[in-house]
Design a protein around this ligand. Sequence first.
Ligand SMILES: NC(=O)c1ccc[n+]([C@@H]2O[C@H](COP(=O)([O-])OP(=O)(O)OC[C@H]3O[C@@H](n4cnc5c(N)ncnc54)[C@H](OP(=O)(O)O)[C@@H]3O)[C@@H](O)[C@H]2O)c1
Length: 334
Amino acid sequence: MAIDTREIHLARRPHGLPQDEDFAVVTRQLPDLEPGQVLVRNDYLSVDPYMRPRMNDVKSYIPPFELGKALDGGAIGTVIESADEYIAVGTVVSHGLGWREHAVLRSKWVRVIDDESVPASYHLGVLGMPGMTAFVGLFDIAAFKPGDAVFVSGAAGAVGGLVGQFAKLAGASRVIGSAGSAEKVAFLQEEFGFDAALNYRDGDLVGQLAAAAPEGFDVYFDNVGGDHLAAALETINDHGRMALCGTVSSYNATGSQTVPGNMFRAVGKRLTMRGFIVSDHEQRRAEFEQQVTAWLQAGELTYRETFIDGLDQMIEGFRGLLTGANTGKMVVRL
Ligand SMILES: NC(=O)c1ccc[n+]([C@@H]2O[C@H](COP(=O)([O-])OP(=O)(O)OC[C@H]3O[C@@H](n4cnc5c(N)ncnc54)[C@H](OP(=O)(O)O)[C@@H]3O)[C@@H](O)[C@H]2O)c1
């Protein structure tokens, strides 16, 4: 029986914050399965900041989204039809064909989720790409060691909230986070156990950082770029290490971007600054999953999700992610 399904296409390249007109919700019929394929009903879809730069027509580490085609991204779903003898109907899987209600794909492109100890949606966050980003970025890229003081920006988001908690669990002397509201600042300290937190919208980032970290900090995990990177360059300790993870403050920018004017601080302070892309670090997946599962099972990690319900709300949810409507991981629930 032919099934109608809906998916979201990129209709126009956004200028600034994405508008409804930049997208089209398209209904189409699902094709019959070919041998080795599965049909997945998507239950949870991910919206992630990196999707915004992918909507621009620029060369990057990943090709831009194509106009007139369905967007893609992380998704968790249930197999409802299978032409692969090894994947039974009812299996829960994660895969990369998000932004749509159903996905037809070869079984080698799905990852079976057989762990029922946590909600399936956790595999889009703490046990998925953002969690692994926090893990690799902190422990490998920033070369965190016990006793380090750590500052993380975007701290109330999916990656940042985990960076701060991983650092505390691994023996950080102090963890400081920045976020965009008084509620998030309180949340960071009360729920995620940060030692100090600051609201960047209050201004004077350098002054606020100096007050939050009187003895400075050794690691900066940068999710934001721009003013945050400039303030971290001013306040980080000599020989500090910076993991350059993202620059979310620039993703909707329409003009040219200026690099921090105080880059020479990196020279005088003998800093190590290293960018990274999590997908280059697949070899760390087993250790990441083992460690984070252990922390979750021991109740040592606080995990938070913000849900948006329905494909019709996905564009609004994506905008909300880029403007701070989320605490923890933003997830679209179908
Ligand atoms: N390198 C990699 O492989 C990799 C992998 C995953 C993610 N990332 C990067 O990691 C960062 C965080 O991603 P995520 O998935 O965890 O997203 P997220 O932090 O859950 O969501 C994005 C957050 O960005 C903040 N934000 C928006 N505009 C801002 C601005 N102008 N200044 C400061 N903060 C702003 C908002 O929080 P506020 O309310 O606090 O403003 C919003 O909640 C992004 O830069 C992303 O691109 C990199």
